[in-house]
Design a protein around this ligand. Sequence first.
Ligand SMILES: Cc1ncc(C[n+]2csc(CCOP(=O)(O)OP(=O)(O)O)c2C)c(N)n1
Ligand SMILES: [Mg+2]
Length: 532
Amino acid sequence: MTCGEAVMKLLAAYEVDTVFGMAGTMTLDLYRGIALTGIRHVQCRNEQGASLMADGYARATGKPGVCTIIGGPGVTNAATGIAQAYCDSQPMLVLSGASPTLTQGKGWGAIHELNDQAAVTAGFTAFSAMVRYPEELPELIARAYAVFRGSRPRPVHLSLPRDVLPLPVQAEWKTRRAPSLPMPDPAAIEEAADRLARAKCPLIFLGGGAVGTRKPLTEIAERLGTPVLSSNAGKGILPSSHPLSLGCSILQEASQQALADADVVLLVGSEVAAGDHFLTKLEISGDIIRIDIDPRELTSMYSAAVPIQADARAAMHALSSALVSRKPTAQRSEGEHRVSKILARNAAKMTDLEKLHARVWKILRSALPADAIVMGDATQIVYTGTFAMPVEMERCWYYSGNYCALGPALPLAVGAKIGAPHRSVVAVAGDGGIMFTVSELATAAEERLALPVIVWNNDALKAIADGMDERQIPRIGVEPRSPDFLRLAESLGCRATRAASAEHLAQSVREALVADRPTLIEVREDSPWLKV
Ligand SMILES: Cc1ncc(C[n+]2csc(CCOP(=O)(O)OP(=O)(O)O)c2C)c(N)n1
Ligand SMILES: [Mg+2]
């Protein structure tokens, strides 16, 4: 067996069933391994598509997404998807080729040469290693799974030189168990419970690290009458319809004010990324009780009066139990009253454009099942969707405000649909964003994915054009000419339509969810039926 075969066999033992990739002469023996194990290979059109699909697969399944790419340009192309997964704490294993060991660092012009390739991804991976001997791999892959399952999940990059991949491997490689998750310190939980019980005006803020805490979260929020606000990654952990839910309204002023006014803030599994609220720093004047698996977060600018380093699920269960014996100062009815006042103030401040966006979200919500996964790009309609699209379940709404790249929505949706074929998945991108990764429509068509791809077309890079208008800067480079999206999609093997009315949009989405291929649905911002 070659190293390429042994590594894929080991990954199959870690339950890898799919990889997203693009082959090259460098990685041929990795593909010998893919053939041997029968692991599904999804062929992307660009390695950026592969890393973003792997990210989407991870978000839909909770398992690491895996990509198999060449070194050099494969790695630099994939960088955006890897960096986004890093920002959003998603597990991803990147297996890339690399130049022959002897040539590395010499500048001899080896094909796909990239100086110090492992260092290129070091800044946006948990670790990046250049493999020298096949025998290093069982430990490196075990370490990767320890990152995915036993700590804050983040991407890992292993570079496999083209002279190492074909080497013979004698021993049988075995999986190793991931370490257990860190448990909360009982004394810190008691202190947190005391402070929360004494709070007059508490507030909970949730991020993606709080996924899986709905039960203890609901108990805590209801017992203390605490409004619950979330980041994009935390959206849906508490259903939007819960009377204590402020949803992901952190972009809106009244919610920001509520955070500033709270006397105790329970901040769970979030770095409070600026991409979610567009401010340099949110104001929080009350004491912060922070629960985070990553110790670095606990000393960030949102520094904690009570820092609890632990798995959020364990910590929230412990906190809920500790509150049972304490009499809360705040009352549920007061909390619910606060929430409705804040939501009403937010609604009153919505701009006309946000109201237009909200109408589209209302139509999409009506056409999508409750567990549909929405992958959003960096477009104005998605910024509005953060607060205007109600979500009842966690892990259903994804918008990476933090990395905020253009182009991820489509490949994220492709990866999610492949990982969770029975779930409804939809991509929402702007006319600018879709062009970054539009070639992956061909991948989606080849995989026959029932995928609605909504293109919000305002004939501009509008977020930036608006910024120029506001600052009296002439519009430069923000009104690119778009192709005919319908013909483009059709030529890539997709169905395509332009929404002609609210009913037509809803019907098109419903049909796209059960079609035999993807459907591009163009929604024009200047549609007469969208105006009131
Ligand atoms: C890779 C990348 N390049 C540039 C930007 C800067 N940027 C942010 S939003 C935006 C406009 C996007 O246009 P479009 O997708 O049409 O969405 P709209 O703002 O028009 O709704 C740009 C250029 C970015 N976020 N990512
Ligand atoms: Mg646009």
